[in-house]
Design a protein around this ligand. Structure first.
Ligand code: MN
Length: 272
């Protein structure tokens, strides 16, 4: 049973009943969720800018994505259709429920890994925005077991620890490494716990924060910190920020994220 072959007379309630009777109903067979209505123009503009900035700063390339919770409904989130982040415009933004089903895709395709976002929003009510990337300096830390730790005050948000997600522990040794369903998304979110950033072995990373601007800050400086740490490890044994220094620095920096945001936005949008 799927949406396209269900009798027209079955109706919404009937479809739900039919869906409940079928185990592992594919996402494309579900009844689309209701819209929370339009998000604010300011939120959409920030989401478009975040896409452009993350590309301009070398965090995303043709791959990677950034999402934000809908500003009038915490059970919806906003994410571009499947496309290169640097090319995203307002018209490309789709609304999803927390099961990562699009409200009205209009034939547009979704990112395979949208479950990273929906499943994390389910378990972290404090998280308002999420970046997933394959930013290159970070991945070696995911692949070697060398811990990513705060090198300087700007990356104090890393001070609570940076876990590494091992997909084999959840899905065995023969996946394509992608978080392509809800159970993998849930496992990733569980591995993140209360932290701000998680690395994904053989893949990339996820950053979470309380706003789009905060999460862009974290995604950019996670990559910068990884570059610095790799350099420092060539020279000797780095002295990292301790937990107290990192927490104090993160608190200070959280009040300052607008400063780099305005700079990055002008640069990235100017190239648009
Ligand atoms: Mn990915």
């Amino acid at each position: 049973m799927c949406f396209c072959c269900a009798p027209a007379s079955l109706g919404r309630r009937g479809l739900f009943a039919a869906a409940a009777a079928v185990a592992a109903l594919p996402a494309w067979g579900q009844t689309p969720p209701a819209s929370a209505g339009p998000a604010s123009a300011a939120l959409l503009d920030d989401l478009v800018a975040a896409n452009r900035i993350l590309y301009d700063q070398g965090v995303v390339d043709g791959f990677g994505h950034v999402s934000v919770r809908h500003d009038t409904d915490p059970n919806r989130y906003l994410l571009s259709r499947s496309m290169a982040p640097a090319l995203v415009t307002r018209d490309d933004i789709l609304e999803y429920d927390l099961d990562s089903v699009p409200v009205d895709a209009l034939g547009r395709t979704s990112y395979l890994e949208r479950f990273i976002h929906g499943e994390l929003y389910k378990v972290r009510p404090d998280v308002i925005a999420i970046v997933h990337s394959h930013s290159p300096a970070v991945i070696p830390f995911a692949d070697t077991g060398v811990k990513l730790q705060p090198m300087n005050h700007i990356a104090g948000f890393l001070g609570t620890g940076v876990p590494v997600f091992e997909i084999r522990d959840t899905a065995g040794p023969a996946t394509d490494m992608l978080i392509r369903n809800a159970s993998l998304g849930h496992a990733l979110a569980a591995a993140l716990g209360d932290h701000t950033v998680i690395l994904m072995r053989g893949h990339g990373s996820v950053a979470a924060a309380r706003s789009i601007r905060h999460v862009v800050f974290r995604a950019v400086y996670t990559e910068v910190n990884a570059r610095m740490e790799a350099e420092a490890l060539k020279l000797g044994t780095p002295i990292f920020l301790n937990a107290e220094e990192a927490a104090a620095a993160a608190k200070t920096n959280d009040a300052l994220v607008d400063r780099p945001w305005e700079l990055w936005k002008q640069r990235a949008m100017g190239k648009g």
